[in-house]
Design a protein around this ligand. Structure first.
Ligand SMILES: [Zn+2]
Length: 238
């Protein structure tokens, strides 16, 4: 094989590694966002159910207060009832007392209902808290892994950049721009074989003279369709 083609193949190999590392690094922030989103959603579910629990508790306290006010009212009625000499007034107080007792009884039913619901919510709060906590610790571990992965990827990237620069220095400056241009437009598959005369990049059948030129290995030969640089080895014989 032409020495320049061997060097270009090595360069392509290093570029592939470099591009892979860059892609891996770019995938780190979205992974981090995904993990943080998961933990945040679990926390928000927990907060929501906790809030419902608090709302129930405050409703229950309101009812308690209402009952106390009504009991107070009954006591006042009873005092006034005891003080009156008029039969009509006595009956009116008794009526108020009876009505208020019925109201209290209805409020107490509501209280019971709220207490039952509070018990259910308490179970839900505990479950949501457990989920949020375990998810958070899980996510924290994964985030820590991600941080160390990112650090090692950055290190690998630095060495890959250095390795590429070292190989670039080996390439004939007349050839390098051609390679760099192809790298920009065609990605990392630009030094390709021609098995049975077919371009390994665009898969077009090369005319015989192109295949023969690649076979002769005297000069750099490019695909007449896509411009990729062709290399030949014995197993590509037609
Ligand atoms: Zn081609």
């Amino acid at each position: 094989m032409l020495p320049i083609l061997e060097k270009l193949l090595i360069l392509q190999d290093r570029d592939r590694k470099l591009l892979r590392l860059q892609a891996d690094l770019q995938s780190v922030p979205p992974q981090r966002d995904l993990l943080q989103g998961k933990a945040a959603r679990a926390q928000s579910d927990f907060d929501t159910v906790k809030l419902r629990g608090k709302q129930l508790e405050s409703d229950r306290k309101k009812l308690e207060l209402e009952v106390a006010t009504k009991q107070d009212f009954i006591r006042k009625c009873e005092t006034q009832q005891g003080a009156t000499k008029k039969n009509e007034e006595y009956k009116a107080f008794q009526h108020q007392i009876d009505t208020t007792r019925l109201e209290i009884s209805a409020l107490e039913d509501q209280q019971l209902d709220l207490m039952e619901r509070a018990e259910v919510i308490a179970g839900e709060v505990a479950a949501a808290e457990k989920i949020a906590k375990s998810l958070k610790s899980n996510v924290d571990n994964q985030l820590a892994d991600l941080v160390s992965r990112e650090a090692s990827l950055k290190q690998e990237l630095q060495s890959a950049i250095a390795a590429r620069a070292a190989q670039v220095a080996e390439i004939d400056p007349d050839v390098l721009p051609r390679y760099e241009r192809l790298l920009k437009t065609k990605g990392d598959n630009i030094i390709v074989g021609v098995p049975q005369g077919i371009c390994g990049g665009c898969h077009m059948q090369m005319p015989t003279y192109v295949f023969n030129a690649a076979k002769a290995q005297q000069d750099i030969v490019q695909c007449i369709n896509c411009g990729r640089i062709l290399y030949y080895s014995r197993e590509m014989e037609d």
